[in-house]
Design a protein around this ligand. Sequence first.
Ligand SMILES: [Zn+2]
Length: 367
Amino acid sequence: MVRISIPTLPPAPLLPPSALTLLSPTLAASHLAAFLDKGKGKTVILTGAGVSVDSGIRAYRGEKGTYSNPNYKPILYHELVEDSPRGELFRRRYWARSFLGYPPVRDALPNPTHIYIAALQHLGLAPNLITQNVDNLHPKALSLLSSHGAPASTKSRILELHGTLAKVHCLKHRHEQTRDSYQAEISRLNPIWDHEAKEAERTGRRPRTNPDGDVELHGVDYNSFSVPLCRICKAENKEETTIVKPNVVFFGETIPPSVRDESLDLITNSSSLLIVGTSLATYSAFRLVKLASEQGKPVLMISTGPSRADGLKGLEKMDRVAGPILGKYLDEVVKTNSGPDIDAVKKYLHTGVMKRPPEIEGPRAEG
Ligand SMILES: [Zn+2]
C-alpha cells in the first residue's frame, strides 16, 4: 500500500450533523462551494447506488439502510465459477436472468446527479471519481458532455471500483469482449429466451432488475438455457472451454489489486473527499473513507440514511439528497464564469433524465 505523509491541515469548522442537514438549499450549496474551494481542484468524489436510483436503477438499500428488496440474494462468486454440474446449473440460472435483466441497465440514461458530477469533473472542480456502481452511467454522463461541444478533457478520471456490466471476460485468460456482443451470442444460442427478451421490450413488461443486472424469475426451467463459452479461447484452441463472467466484482470476490491500489492512490493524492449517495456498506468503499479520515482530509458526505462512516473523524454529513445541492452550486458556477467549457456545461446541465424505479414492494412469499 502506498502511503505518503500529508501536512496537517487546519481543523475545519464542524457543524453538528443535524445543523448541516437542515441548511436551506442555498446555504447547503454555499457550504459545498466552500468545501470544493478548499479542495483546490484536488477533491475526489466517491459515489454509490443512491446516485443511480433516479435513472431507474434500484438501490440495494433503502432509506433506513435495509435491503429494499427483502427477497434479494446477491450472486456469490464461488457459486458462479464452481467447476461442477452444480456450478454449471448456477451459471445457466445466472446468465438467463442476467440476459433479461441487462437491457434496462444498458438503456438507462444519466440523471441530473450524474450530469452534475460529470460537470464537476469536467470543470476541474473535482476531476477524479471513484464509483461503486457497475451501471456505466458515470462514463455515459461524461461522454454526453463532449457531445455538447465541450473541449475534450484528459484530466477527468473514473475508477469503477466494482467493475462494469458493460464488459465481460473469460476466467482463464481474461479475454475481454463487450457485453453487447456477448448478449448477441446468447440470443443466437437461445432463440426461445431471445423471443422472451424481445417480448419484454415490446410490451414494456420488463422483469424487475437488481443493481447488478440480475432479475427475479419464478417457475422457470434453466436447463433449456445454454451459456456461451469464451469465443476467443475457442478460436485459438478448439479444445479449450472457458467460463465467461461479467467484469463486475461479485460478493465473495476480491477487487483486482491494481484497482484497489489505484483507489487508495486517488485518495492519497487528493485534498478532500466528497461522498454522494452511498451507505458505504462494502468494505472496499468504506476503506477509502477511513484512509481519507486517517490522512486528516476533510470529508463531506451528502447522502440519505445511515452509513458505515457515520461518526468518523473529520466527516461532515448532510443527510439529504445530493442532486439539488450540486445543481444549485453549479448554477452559480456557470452564472459567474465564462469560456467554452462553461458554455458547454450550461447547455448540458439540464439534460438529466428522471425515471425512478417502481415503488418498492413489500415482503412477499416465495413460490
Ligand atoms: Zn478466453
